[in-house]
Design a protein. Structure first.
Length: 53
């Protein structure tokens, strides 16, 4: 159902207006994307010396 909503022209346009990229992924692709993002941002945090308070 969510896929159908994201495919609606009005929904896509609204997302684009708010700087969101409407992308549809299957669970495996989404999991790979999240793992990639975690690795990327972990490096950024480490290089920047960011610490949790």
């Amino acid at each position: 159902m969510l896929v159908q909503i994201v495919k609606l022209p009005a929904t896509r346009e609204r997302m684009l207006q708010n700087d969101f990229e409407p992308t549809i992924m299957d669970p495996q692709a989404f999991g790979a994307f999240i793992k990639s993002e975690i690795a990327t941002w972990a490096k950024v945090v480490k290089v920047a010396g960011i610490k949790a308070e």
